[in-house]
Design a protein around this ligand. Structure first.
Ligand code: PEP
Ligand code: MN
Length: 358
């Protein structure tokens, strides 16, 4: 993809900052939040939901078109662009009349390739930026496909927003952060900037700082933070919105890692990485050796008609693994997970030998 950048991270020397309320509620609330945010001098784009995808039809479903003149006013008088959610082609068509040029596809829309295709088609060759949130039930390939959909219709200003995935399991967070998806995205689309949305992951303003710092250390390109002039009075997502003072405090307490592209740090890191590579090579070689032994054991078990799984032996391995990891100060859950994978692989290898040669 030949993309057009939405922002220049090197020039900014900090992440791209998107902030603003979950929803537009009144002229006064939108104006006051935008003015307070501008006074912090730490905002690049104002976020503001106009049409809200809510679970219940009895909740506040957004102010609708009547909120768009307020965003036009912010653009013309305060020189601050807004970004809104669009959930169908009609939303885009209406918003364009009010000079909105930045849009996001929400997590409840990005589960539906038919609707994303319809929106992308209606955006054909428009000079706009599209931010795409991951689907609420994370299907990473579906998410990847959406960027191709928009690109196919001539939209080259693209960015991703990572907002975690829904979970039924009682959890600290409203949405599971699943960091592996974030890393996977960065590997898959090296040129598409990724914006981190800690507000919808956390669901609670007190958890935002730690989540954001972790995401910054994973080298996200920007942040989208729900910010409200008076969160206690918010009509949606009240628990997770920060007051502007809280937003300012958040930014003061975060450490922004520097770009590693031009830095001498790359040389220093290269030495550590050589040692890490040696250890990784040794780990792979040892797994290879372990597999060879496993095959010899399979031949023995076959000859003596023994079962593959010896549960007492496996329990003993797990117990020893656990106490050794604790002694070394390594998380035992991680080590056990690795051993369970290795053990399962060993069972598969043995099964193949015992069953196939019958
Ligand atoms: C939002 O950004 O206000 C929103 C509805 O987010 P999501 O689609 O991630 O739930
Ligand atoms: Mn919200």
């Amino acid at each position: 993809m030949n993309l057009t950048p939405i922002f220049d991270k090197d020039k900014l020397k900090r992440p791209f900052l998107i902030a603003g309320p979950c929803s537009a509620e009144s002229h006064q609330q939108v104006l006051q939040t935008a003015q307070e945010l501008l006074a912090t001098k730490q905002i690049d784009l104002f976020r503001c939901g106009i049409w809200k995808p809510r679970s219940s039809p009895n909740s506040f479903e957004g102010i609708g078109e009547s909120g768009l003149p307020w965003l036009k006013e912010i653009k013309e008088q305060l020189h601050l662009d807004s970004c809104i959610e669009i959930g169908k082609p009609e939303h885009l068509e209406i918003a364009l009349k009010y000079d909105i040029t930045h849009f996001w596809i929400g997590a409840r829309t990005s589960v539906n390739p038919f609707m994303v295709e319809e929106i992308a088609k209606s955006a054909k060759n428009l000079d706009i930026s599209i931010f795409i949130k991951n689907p609420i039930a994370i299907d990473i390939k579906l998410w990847y496909g959406h960027f191709e959909r928009f690109y196919k219709y001539g939209i080259s200003r693209l960015a991703a927003i990572y907002r975690g995935g829904s979970t039924d399991i009682p959890h600290t967070y409203r949405n599971d952060p699943s960091w592996l998806h974030l890393i996977d995205f960065k590997q898959h689309y090296k040129d598409i900037p990724i914006i981190f949305d800690p507000s919808h992951i956390a669901g609670n303003r007190h958890l935002i700082q730690a989540l954001t710092q972790k995401a910054l250390l994973l080298d996200v390109d920007g942040l989208m933070i729900e910010t409200h002039c008076n969160p206690e009075m918010a009509l949606s997502d009240k628990e997770q919105q920060l007051p502007v003072s809280g937003y300012q405090h958040l930014l003061q307490t975060l450490t922004f890692p520097q770009s590693t592209k031009h830095s001498v740090a790359q040389n220093d890191l290269a030495n550590y990485r050589l040692s890490i590579d040696e250890i990784d090579d040794a780990l792979i070689a040892l797994i290879g050796k372990r597999t060879e032994l496993s095959k010899m054991i399979a031949a023995y078990k076959k000859e003596h008609n023994l079962p593959i799984l010896q549960v007492d032996r496996w329990q003993q391995v797990l117990n020893e693994t656990k106490s050794k990891s604790i002694q070394l100060g390594i998380d035992p859950d991680l080590v056990i997970e690795i051993f369970q994978k290795i053990h399962q692989y060993s069972i598969d290898v043995q099964e193949k030998i015992i069953v196939e040669n019958d």
